[in-house]
Ligand binder design. Structure first.
Ligand SMILES: Nc1nc2c(ncn2[C@@H]2O[C@H](COP(=O)(O)OP(=O)(O)OP(=O)(O)O)[C@@H](O)[C@H]2O)c(=O)[nH]1
Ligand SMILES: [Mg+2]
Length: 361
């Protein structure tokens, strides 16, 4: 699962990418806003940390999500094959928005994140529309030669998508069933990708409150409440300082700003949710680990996320919710209390389940 970081020039994309992934970018990389960079970010998870405290494992493995720093977006970039190629490949988008004041760093016009969103969304929709029109022309010719129910269905769907875009609505807001989703997956439409708006705000002594109120203050409440969209705020300046500190110092620094957690932590969690992902855990003295699966995954498929053999030879999954396990203090106690259950193949795994896969392999 990949999330692309997009945004207008000089809004803080590469800074954010570097803080999220701890990938060191060279001066050369910073000076080439057209280059894409790829890195993984750990998904912080307090539940896993608490389980680990119970087991004291040799190894602790958090879930991770991949981020791609795509470079500055604009009409020109969206005509470049490499840029487009990278953007098409991502599963979700984080759109970084300039909301910080800094006369030294240029920005087109006043600080106005909603205007910037509208402009970028417009460019994404125009790109999709171009693709749709090209395909529709082709389909028209093909349909004249030969009637085909599948082609007709595609044609109808594309006409519906076109009308939606012409009403200036991104495709992520269009109602679409699973079958049709599959039908147009190959187009990898840009405006169809789940979208996280990320306000990059100024430093302030009351940063905790600022961050909490930023979405309302910059008028993003409505746009963030639409289907497949969300919004969050960070302060790049403060995050940059935080990322250089030890955990203990960071904790103190955060509370001096009235913050409970770093903005990055919230951002990663938001991305995870937007992508429709949940975690289940495996625990033991050797390793405590979080595994990433989509909402609605069956137990047997979750076993497959660990290893394909576990899926093939799956018998049952010993399952308990993470907080029940903590409460019981051990698996043996949980078994005695009856909170440790045996689930079959079709059990729908819940976020925060701890599972032990029994298999015959
Ligand atoms: N004041 C302030 N400056 C920031 C913040 N975030 C980034 N900057 C500065 O803004 C400039 C651009 O940051 P980058 O992270 O390179 O921005 P970018 O969006 O990757 O830029 P391009 O790739 O060139 O489009 C740098 O000088 C950063 O130090 C912030 O939160 N506050
Ligand atoms: Mg950059």
């Amino acid at each position: 699962m990949k999330t692309g970081i997009i945004g207008l020039p000089q809004v803080g994309k590469s800074s954010l990418f570097r803080m999220l992934t701890k990938v060191q970018l060279s001066e050369h990389a910073f000076a080439n806003p057209r280059e894409a960079h790829v890195g993984m970010a750990k998904v912080p998870d307090d539940r896993l940390d608490r389980l680990a405290a119970l087991y004291n494992p040799k190894k602790l493995v958090h879930a991770s999500v991949e981020y791609v720093d795509l470079g500055a977006i604009g009409q020109e970039a969206l005509k470049e094959t490499t840029y487009l190629g990278h953007l098409r490949q991502v599963d979700a988008v984080a759109h970084v928005l300039r909301a910080f004041e800094d006369p030294a760093i240029a920005h087109v016009g006043q600080i106005d994140p909603l205007r910037d969103i509208k402009n970028v969304e417009f460019d994404l929709m125009v790109s999709d529309l171009g693709q749709i029109e090209k395909r529709l022309e082709r389909l028209e010719k093909d349909l004249k030669k030969m009637r085909s129910p599948e082609l007709e269905r595609e044609n109808d769907l594309l006409l519906r998508s076109k009308a939606h875009l012409e009403a200036e609505k991104p495709l992520r807001e269009m109602e679409i069933n699973e079958e049709d989703k599959r039908r147009i997956r190959g187009f990898m439409f840009l405006s169809a990708k789940p979208m996280l708006f990320v306000l990059n705000v100024s430093e302030s002594s009351e940063l905790g409150k600022e961050l909490e109120n930023a979405v309302t203050k910059f008028n993003l409440t409505e746009i963030a409440s639409r289907p497949n969209a969300a919004a969050t705020a960070i302060c790049g300046k403060v995050e940059a300082e935080l990322s250089e500190m030890s955990d203990a110092d960071a904790g103190e620094f955060l509370s001096s700003y009235g913050l409970q957690e770093s903005g990055l932590v919230r951002l990663v969690r938001n991305t995870y949710t937007l992508l429709g992902l949940i975690s289940f855990f495996t625990v033991g003295e050797d390793e405590c680990r979080a595994w990433t699966i989509p909402v609605g995954t069956r137990a047997v498929e979750a076993a497959g996320a660990i290893h394909s053999d576990l899926e093939k030879h799956f018998i049952r999954a010993e399952t308990i919710h993470w907080d029940q396990l903590l409460e019981a203090g051990s698996e043996a106690n949980a078994r005695a209390h009856g909170t440790l259950r045996l689930e079959g193949k079709d059990y729908l795994v819940k976020d925060g389940d701890v599972m032990h896969i029994r298999h015959s392999g």
